[in-house]
Design a protein around this ligand. Structure first.
Ligand code: MG
Length: 250
């Protein structure tokens, strides 16, 4: 299923993509699907991020090649940080940085949307806790990240986490090809088969320390090729079998 969240009469609503249409739900799809009989053309829906996170948990360096380009050795365990919920942005939503930011980077990533409360999840059970997979851009003010010596401010500016266009359970997480395009040119190419820590182990590692709630998001780390964006640029994160997340920098 492809789960979408969109605005209906100005109110956020969940739905399931069926062909060219969206079948609307009366409540979030975390535990059960409760169709309310509505049907709308997908192309007419103003999509929102397909999640309602209490937190966005991010993995810092999950591809060896990206660790290398950042001048670091691949870590021996998942390095985690959080993005605030103020960073949440929608498909087609504008990315905008404050004027003092000198280097605004894209980071194309696989996102995981959590289905049910997850605490001390075991690897073998991980899929019970996944609503679906989505595309995510871990937008980063790189100069601020470097200046501060830690990542909170550089990673958590308003709108710095576009997610979408939907969350789908129609793919497996272990070998998904990811491409980031800047103004149509490929700038990142990755494959989740190259993750240092795979999705099941990530879920076990994270949930051992913090309870994940329905609608929470995990950003699984970006491949090599991160680089800057400037106003006017269009950035796309495409993941095989999921779709394309497209945003413009203003
Ligand atoms: Mg990242």
């Amino acid at each position: 299923m492809k789960y979408v969240r969109f605005e209906r009469n100005g109110v956020p609503c969940w739905g399931v993509v069926k062909g060219e249409d969206v079948l609307t739900l009366s409540r979030p799809p975390y535990e059960a699907l409760d169709y309310d009989g509505g049907r709308l053309p997908l192309c007419q829906c103003r999509l929102l991020a397909p999640c309602e996170p209490s937190k966005i948990v991010c993995v810092g360096k999950n591809y060896a090649e990206h660790a290398k380009e950042m001048g670091a050795e691949p870590p021996g365990f998942p390095v985690l940080f959080l993005k605030g919920v103020n960073t949440l942005n929608r498909p087609e939503g504008a990315i905008h940085a404050p004027d003092f930011v000198e280097q605004l980077d894209y980071e194309g990533e696989l996102g995981i949307v959590i289905r049910r409360r997850a605490k001390c999840v075991k690897v073998k059970d991980f899929s019970d806790y996944v609503l679906g997979y989505t595309c995510l851009n871990d937008v980063t003010a790189r100069d601020v990240q470097r200046h501060d010596g830690q990542w909170t401010r550089g990673k958590s500016m308003d709108g710095f986490c576009p997610i979408g266009p939907w969350a789908t359970d129609e793919v497996e997480s272990d070998a998904l090809k990811l491409v980031t395009r800047l103004n149509g040119k490929i700038v990142q190419q990755g494959d989740t088969a190259d993750f240092i820590t795979a999705v099941p182990q990530l879920l076990e590692f994270i949930s051992a320390s913090m309870t994940l709630e329905p609608g929470d998001v995990i950003a699984t780390g970006t491949p090599a090729g991160v680089g800057p964006m400037i106003p006017g640029d269009v950035v796309e994160v495409e993941i095989e079998g999921i779709g394309i997340l497209k945003n413009q920098v203003i």
